[in-house]
Design a protein around this ligand. Structure first.
Ligand code: GDP
Ligand code: MG
Length: 259
């Protein structure tokens, strides 16, 4: 399984085998990718997706000042220009996009830190009757090469709070590799309001509030290939904490509204 997951250990043979196996059903999968100034990373991500047979790719460009849009277009992705700013705002715009199609919607980053070869694992879990599959760097066979101590502490603390308050058994929280049934996005989207990196926290809490079936699969997070993270541990950590507190305060409203 580790070999199945790890980019570096994938043999050429097993890769083409996986590719053949999955190509037939990949037309039902749409991949949405928020991107801000990722001109050096986005081409590889799109190429790797294509190699896996995923060619329905929607990039939500956060008004990049580099050649992200040109490169993504050149490699065959569809692009929408983000109206607002922030990763959360970009994902919400994608969730609400008219062209959102496919039975399964995969969200992943544009920086090369997530491996498209893991997607079949997410889809397999979705096919077993789950609404939302989230990648976890802390499950067995999961791992992160891009985890500072402060991020590790914050993530541990926040995931414990979410598990405590919403009876979840998540092992990871602030990680944006995931797959949704399209219906799950339709249910979630009206309730989402995050603009920045608190978006994953909001999604995973609201999924529980709405009674969606959520499961985790192991995932390996690599370092971004080029460039620097847009996340600031303290600023975004504070936003995540604020999101958890707000969700606690409005604990019942989503259920009442949803009935
Ligand atoms: N559209 C859009 N994408 C963003 C924005 N901020 C970050 N991203 C993308 O969101 C993903 C995760 O961001 P990143 O800076 O790598 O954060 P980290 O992975 O938490 O360190 C990457 O694909 C970024 O290009 C934004 O304001 N708009
Ligand atoms: Mg990143």
């Amino acid at each position: 399984m580790v070999a199945h997951l790890h980019r570096a250990t994938h043999s050429k043979n097993s890769f083409s085998h996986t590719r053949r196996l999955n190509r037939a059903c990949n037309s039902d999968v749409m991949v949405i990718i928020p991107a801000l100034n990722e001109e050096k990373n986005i081409a590889t991500v799109i190429q790797e997706l294509n190699q896996m047979g995923y060619d329905n790719i929607l990039v939500i460009d956060g008004n990049s000042t580099d050649r992200t849009v040109e490169v993504a277009k050149e490699f065959g992705a569809n692009i929408i220009a983000q109206n607002g700013s922030g990763k959360g705002d970009a994902l919400r715009q994608a969730f609400n996009h008219d062209g959102l199609d496919g039975k399964a919607i995969v969200m992943m980053d544009a920086d090369g830190s997530m491996d498209p070869k893991e997607i079949p694992l997410f889809i397999e879990a979705l096919d077993s009757g789950v609404d939302l599959v989230k990648g976890s760097r802390f499950l067995r066979y999961g791992h992160s090469e891009d985890m500072t101590l402060i991020r590790w502490i914050g993530n541990r603390f926040f995931v414990s709070l979410v598990n405590l308050f919403w009876s979840a058994n998540y092992t990871d929280l602030c990680y944006g590799f995931g797959a949704f049934k399209k219906d799950a996005i339709k249910k979630l989207h009206p309730y989402l309001k995050s603009t920045n990196f608190e978006v994953e926290t909001e999604i995973f809490i609201k999924a529980k509030k709405l009674g969606l079936v959520v499961t985790e699969v192991p995932s390996i997070e690599f370092r971004r290939r080029h460039g620097k993270s847009n996340l600031s541990a303290f600023r975004d950590g504070f936003r995540i904490l604020k999101t958890i507190i707000e969700e606690l305060v409005s604990r019942r409203s989503i259920k009442l509204h949803h009935r």
